[in-house]
Design a protein around this ligand. Sequence first.
Ligand code: AMP
Ligand code: MG
Length: 333
Amino acid sequence: MSLPFKGYQNEVTFALESVRLAAELVKTVRAQMVQAAFTKQDESPVTVADFAAQALVAKHLQETFPKDPLVGEENASELRSELEQKTIQRICHFLEPFLGKQSPQTVCDWIDHGSQSPAVRFWTMDPIDGTKGFIRGDQYAVALALIENGDVKVSVMACPNLRDGNSADVGGIGTLACAVRGEGTWITDLTGRGLWQQLKVSQHAEGSDAVLLRSFEKKHIDSPRMTQFSKLLGLAHPPILMDSLAKYVVLASGAGDLMLRFPSSDHPYEWIWDQAPGVIMIEEAGGRVTDLDGKPLDYTCGRQLKGNRGVLLSNGALHPRVLSILKEVSGPV
Ligand code: AMP
Ligand code: MG
């Protein structure tokens, strides 16, 4: 089926193909390395898959849009050291079926092509968002977004363990999600050859009807503040616990209603690659995203959202009420 987008056709085609291949690559790494990782600490499958996926996308970007910088989570400085020779060899090994035999130097150069700084137009990538979910066999995402003049224009995310965008259950052949500014949020299966289905957020406007999407990892949540917030909003349903940006697809599909991230001393600011690819999915499905004070997210402050305090993502209908409740939620930051 042809793509359901008119704008940014070249960018969408590039992003769909490179994210799909990167997802295939990380799935292979997981299948071959995760069992071993529990006994062997030195070459973590997360490290290998993360770097390999960034190298793959950076190489394709360099060929397709040579002037566009890529702001990815990883850089190759440690991989270039003597100590990490085994790791870079392993990365080259997993890249070979996709890019042919390549030298460690070339692969490190591609990884570093993906560690540039934001510009007027740039791409941002999280090669594996939800690394804990990746290891556990739960949800994770390969995410890539295009930002122009501080606005997210295109996003593609692969969620290899997301069945259909509607639940946290692991299974199926995975989901490929794509959003283009002004043209909606759409999903298809991870092969990219299935039908495209448009996503719409829910209509729930009452706390008692709402379902909260929450990180699976307790360390990523400010539990006391989240509990206080949930009581004040009158949440009556159990939250959906999920790793990664896959949560944003579930919110966009209407199967969940809101999500928030409180800043903490460990994690005072959000990374742009952790937000931009998912935020446009929610906005283009009819939802709303601001920080906890109701300010729009500002992607012009570097690699982190330093002009914002936390993030609030909702179906839109719940947004005003949640913002007013957040004024009553106390916390350290
Ligand atoms: P999730 O899968 O929702 O738990 O989110 C994963 C993201 O949480 C990662 O990409 C990290 O950037 C981010 N993260 C890491 N440490 C923290 C922390 N202490 N608090 C909040 N978020 C964190
Ligand atoms: Mg991440």
